[in-house]
Design a protein around this ligand. Structure first.
Ligand code: MG
Length: 459
């Protein structure tokens, strides 16, 4: 890492992100629904009697992402947020809140035969899928508070549901201190972004993008967002660059646990994969797609993580947090995928399967110090540090995470430089203990909002 440290102060001027899609009036009354250059959506946005479909819901959220990118840029550049864009977010929020509800879940239509087990059928011959929209609705409400009434109002709004916000933020801000970090490595979901039931609609909120960009500009030489989700959507699953609304140039975005990345100049790179393994993974992916095209199987591509083709890894949802799929049907999919793996990789040396209960993760093995292993976020730190000249050895570094899968990232950072600080977003005593084992002085936050408010407002 170079020794010239820029002066702390105002964030750098952010160049306009030319990739923002142009909004224009769409067929359903939303200026944000039609995206220039967008891939054609499968399925209709609404049923014949006007009910929002699952496809329509995702299309709506894609539009929200485009508007959020514009508004984030306006705020970062000190400009006046566009009234029309704010109105679009208000309209999107109203649309979501208007959805019919059953047992606390918002109902959207899905194609007949592809619906969940506990479904009813409406007059147009469609099934219903109940969605938990706490994230989508909650983050839109927070963004609107932020845009209409400012930062203090937003912090007050968050404090109403997080009574410990002020005291936690104060403690954390002291821990973060006045350091200028050589490298800030952070996980996304559950760490600096609230959890969302559906990755594809987990669009980053504006306040979150502003706070994180501001922190990277004032406190970090390099910032890396490292997630297990794929970098970009190769299918319907969505990717990190699809849900990210921060302008390019501040965060290196690393997906698939860091096996693929886009750097500060928009250049893409990836961890090398042996050709035979890559070919095997492509074969597996095409078989999984074929399974999901069978009658009644399409739903597995639409719930939770859906079907995500990552670099060196594939994820297929077999359940979502709302338990939309019956246990028998979910288990049947797991056993079918396991059979497929045994068929494709009889020796079991190229592919590993990890079942989280919600997602089936199929991972290409890599050569570790003691034999074949799964690629983890620690491997990603080593790879990205050397590939992108992060020069982590000079320190100090800051590492943030929220689950056990983030521990290798912290361990690898400490290995590079003892001057490493860490904040984990967890209230789980076992995980806190594991973090302290690696770094006795580590700090903790109870929610992503606490961490992001600390980084963006008080650090
Ligand atoms: Mg996480």
């Amino acid at each position: 890492m170079h020794c010239n440290l820029p002066e702390k102060g105002q964030p750098d001027t952010i160049e306009p992100d030319v990739k923002i899609p142009v909004a224009r009036p769409g067929p359903f009354g939303y200026g944000v629904l039609a995206r220039e250059g967008a891939a054609p959506m499968q399925g209709e946005a609404r049923t014949r009697d006007g009910v929002l479909t699952l496809s329509g819901f995702y299309l709506l959220m894609e539009g929200v992402a485009a508007v959020r990118r514009r508004l984030t840029l306006a705020v970062l550049n000190g400009g006046e947020p566009s009234r029309a864009d704010i109105r679009t977010l208000e309209t999107a929020l109203e649309e979501l809140e208007r959805l019919p509800q059953q047992e606390g879940r918002f109902q959207v239509a899905v194609k007949s035969g592809a619906g969940p087990d506990k479904s009813g059928t409406d007059r147009a011959g469609t099934d219903w899928l109940g969605l938990d929209l706490e994230y989508e609705i909650g983050e839109l409400a927070k963004d609107l508070t932020y845009l209409r009434d400012g930062e203090d109002a937003l912090v007050g709004y968050m404090a109403a549901s997080l009574p410990e916000l002020a005291s936690e933020v104060e403690t954390l801000a002291e821990y973060v201190g006045e350091e200028y970090y050589a490298c800030f490595f952070t996980d996304r979901d559950g760490t600096v972004n609230n959890y969302c039931g559906h990755y594809r609609s987990s669009i980053q909120s504006i306040y979150n993008a502003v706070f994180l960009t501001r922190f990277s500009a004032t406190h970090c030489k390099r910032a890396v967002m490292l997630t297990s989700a794929p970098l970009a959507s190769a299918n319907n699953g969505g990717g990190l660059t699809d849900v990210n609304v921060m302008p390019m140039g501040r965060y290196i975005l690393a997906g698939s646990k860091g096996r693929e990345f886009v750097d500060l100049n928009g250049r893409r790179g990836a961890y090398p994969v042996e050709p035979d393994k890559e070919a095997l993974l492509m074969l597996l992916n095409s078989r999984l797609q074929k399974i999901l095209r069978e009658p009644g199987m399409e739903i597995f591509g639409m719930i939770g993580s859906g079907l995500q083709f990552k670099f060196g890894q594939t994820t297929l949802a077999r359940q979502d947090v709302n338990k939309s799929i019956s246990p028998d049907r979910s288990r049947a999919l797991l056993s079918r995928v396991s059979d497929l793996l045994r068929h494709l990789d009889p020796a079991g040396t190229m592919l590993r399967i990890e079942d989280t209960g919600l997602d089936i993760e199929i991972i290409l093995t890599v050569q570790g110090e003691s034999g074949l292993k799964d690629f983890d976020k620690g491997d990603a730190v080593t790879f990205l540090d050397s590939m992108l000249n992060l020069d982590m050895a000079t320190g100090p570094n800051l590492v943030c995470g929220d689950t056990c899968s983030d521990l290798p990232m912290l361990a690898a950072a400490i290995k590079r430089c003892r001057q490493t600080k860490s904040i984990f977003v967890t209230t789980d005593p076992d995980l806190r203990e594991k973090v302290r084992k690696l770094l006795p002085g580590a700090a903790f936050a109870s929610s992503p909002d606490v961490l992001v408010t600390c980084l963006g407002v008080y650090a």
